[in-house]
Design a protein around this ligand. Sequence first.
Ligand code: ZN
Ligand code: ZN
Length: 342
Amino acid sequence: MKAMILKSITDLEQNNEPLVMTRVAEPVPSDHEILIKVSACGVCHTELDEIEGRTPPSFFPVIPGHQVIGVVVASGRKVKDLKKGDRVGVAWIFSSCGKCGYCLGGNENLCSEFKATGRDADGGYAEYMTVPEAFAFKIPEMFTDSQAAPLLCAGAVGYRSVRLTGLQNGQNLGLTGFGASGHIVLQIVKYQFPDSKIFVFARSENERAFALELGASWAGDSDYSPPELCDCIIDTTPVWKTIVDALKNLKSGGRLVINAIRKEETDKDYLLNIDYSSHLWMEKEIKSVANVTRYDVAKFLGIASEIPIIPEVQEYKLEEANIALTELKKRKIRGAKVLLPG
Ligand SMILES: [Zn+2]
Ligand SMILES: [Zn+2]
């Protein structure tokens, strides 16, 4: 089969062809796995983190891609529920041990044996992939393959970050950064917490205008003060300055949730501006979002179809994966980028 493979970590400033189109053997499903013919695979910022080594793959060469939509074409001997022809999705969570305290308590995202699709197991930048049956998701019919793919990552992780804020209806939520995940989070919050005000902090004027259009109560740059302090803030930026700014905009007892797999090192010095009494005192909390659970993915797919959230997408051939990744790196973004291997 055709696959775009990553052979080693590389610097995307120097190398705009990090992946290589290769013919590899079609994977064979083990007992509990299904074989999927991939029809769409989303391109995510986390792939940039993998390629540049901030969250490096556990083996090479690896096939990236963790927002996969396809159809079941074969099954292992012990597969029970899914059958040939079923349309399914695969998200960032590829597998976990199923036995530890985290797994048994519904926090399988924290399992020490957590495997990420496209990083610790081959992913969807290919014509076929395998996944354990228990980690494949049924996709609501209303979405096309391309529309459904981006929901599996930005959407599911965005949903988890909303859950982790502990927000109650009527409380104020701040959103720092307004990219793919921010749009979705805003829509989830408006749906689940209709009386809450949403304040969006974004550098770009276009993003701020878009946030207001989608129903934010206020939008401003990250060092502006919102009209009221926030009960919770979700940060989706790659930088540190926004963390310090956000802590200042929290109420007493407020919580900052950082939804970023890694922060960049460039402005780390800004953390020295933290002032204990104004940024942390009065029981302010900071919490990161790590990975996703199956509950988050399944629950979010349901919510997305009820609202509905229909992502705008830009489609590429599998062979064009390097173009899509380079554009993402340069922030040339018009909707979520999706590869079409089928
Ligand atoms: Zn992702
Ligand atoms: Zn476990």
